[in-house]
Design a protein around this ligand. Structure first.
Ligand SMILES: [Zn+2]
Length: 428
């Protein structure tokens, strides 16, 4: 299969042609011409390496009514992703080689993105004893990222042992940083607004205390730590300090924490309930600055589909979490590119290069150059559209962007040279 992309602006540069052949980029240059090639007109489109998500909830096995590996993969491809890490809080939990291989095989069958299973840190996410980390690393799924996401590995001795254990296979522990004794019954960010609304608060210190503890543990044992969904200005400060000391710590921020604030909670619309909660405008500004200066390494979606009965209820009963895959790039355009905080190379770095490196994924996050795997997307940065949840590929509808106009449209996505999305439509 040979595809000739005409006139794409690689990382926003001058228009050029890209020839995709046998899964790789065969040539990059002006006025390429190849008889028999499928031609894709990319006039005005920006070409970026395929996006890599470190944090996706695909819900299969167990909650196929909310999402499946296939529907989540389709949502990811439409968002410009070529690889997603599937979180371990499924039913059964992905805490054995058997379950991670099942998820990995389902991803291969769907064939829309590379589905990379995350392994649980502890058995059943219960925080009591370590799961079979080595067996998952050695499995066909080659797990390198381990997380109890949804829960914090709260026990410091267990966290230390997990960090020590994953060093053997160059793994990383991705921590959902939440001191559970500080967030019992929490419903939203703790502050003036939570007091006014009469909702139990989730204090910033519950996140920051765990991050501070974990970077010290990672430094002590010389292991890799990754911090999920950083949400406060104080967390950014701790990460900046840790990186200045040479601690092997990386961090991610979600699109919703880059765009939305706690004020959304005043609507009592449970679509805005998420863990960690939406924070203050000052936190949002600090997260944008931290991503722009590289203190925060990556944008990760925390795509969290929920069935209607779990989400459309009273605020206090609703499950936390929101969709993210299909709008992630648009939110980054809105919050960082258009305000001039990040250029296209920066977007490629934070949404592809660095997440691929953190997950130790070969073949993703690579330059768009001859010989490299043909994993890329084409984006129309001038397009604008109002988000319609009914039009999403996800099986769930809990988008916090419903009715909001956002910039950018993913026109095409290529996975090893095969179009998974073309003209904005999923190809299977
Ligand atoms: Zn989490």
């Amino acid at each position: 299969m040979t595809t000739l992309i005409k006139g794409a602006r690689v990382l926003g540069g001058d228009p050029t042609d890209l020839l995709l052949r046998d899964g790789r980029i065969a040539a990059v240059g002006e006025r390429l011409s190849v008889p028999g090639a499928t031609v894709v007109d990319a006039d005005g489109l920006v070409a970026l390496p395929g996006l890599v998500d470190l944090h996706t909830h695909l819900r299969e096995p167990g909650r196929e009514d909310a999402e499946t590996v296939e529907t989540g993969s389709r949502a990811a491809a439409l968002g410009g992703f070529t690889a997603v890490h599937a979180m371990a809080n499924t039913d059964p939990v992905a805490d054995t080689a058997g379950v991670v291989e099942q998820v990995w095989r389902l991803g291969r069958q769907a064939g829309l993105v590379d589905v990379v299973p995350v392994g649980a840190v502890t058995v059943g996410l219960r925080g009591e004893r370590l799961a079979e980390l080595g067996a998952m690393a050695d499995s066909a799924a080659r797990v390198r990222v381990f997380s109890d996401d949804g829960h914090c590995v709260a026990d410091p001795a267990l966290m230390r042992r997990a960090l020590e254990y994953v060093k053997a296979f160059d793994g990383v522990v991705a921590q959902h940083a939440e001191e559970p004794r500080l967030t019992a019954g929490a419903q939203m960010n703790e502050g003036d607004l939570s007091a006014r609304l009469g909702l139990t608060g989730w204090p910033a210190a519950a996140e920051e205390a765990v991050i501070a503890r974990d970077v010290l543990l990672a430094e002590h044992v010389g292991a890799r730590l990754h911090v999920c969904h950083v949400s406060t200005a104080g967390s950014v400060e701790i990460l900046r300090w840790a990186k200045s000391r040479g601690v092997q710590v990386t961090a991610e921020v979600t699109p919703h924490h880059l765009l939305l604030t706690e004020s959304a909670a005043a609507s009592y619309d449970p679509v805005f309930k998420v863990n960690p909660p939406l924070r203050t405008d000052a936190d949002v500004q600090a997260l944008r600055a931290g991503l722009a200066d590289g203190t925060i390494d990556a944008v990760a979606t925390d795509h969290a589909p929920h069935a209607v009965e779990d989400k459309e209820s009273e605020w206090a009963q609703a499950r936390p979490g929101m969709l993210g895959l299909e709008q992630a790039l648009s939110v980054v355009l809105e919050t960082l590119v258009e305000p001039g905080l990040l250029d296209w190379a920066g977007v490629a770095d934070r949404m592809s290069v660095r997440p691929a490196a953190i997950g130790r994924l070969d073949g993703h996050g690579r330059p768009l150059a001859p010989g490299e795997p043909a994993n890329l997307l084409l984006l129309d940065p001038a397009a604008r559209a109002v988000v319609d949840p009914a039009a999403l590929a996800s099986r769930s509808r809990n988008s916090p962007y419903a009715g909001r106009e956002l910039p950018g449209r993913v026109v095409a996505t290529f996975l090893r040279g095969t179009a998974t999305v073309l003209d904005g439509e999923a190809q299977k």
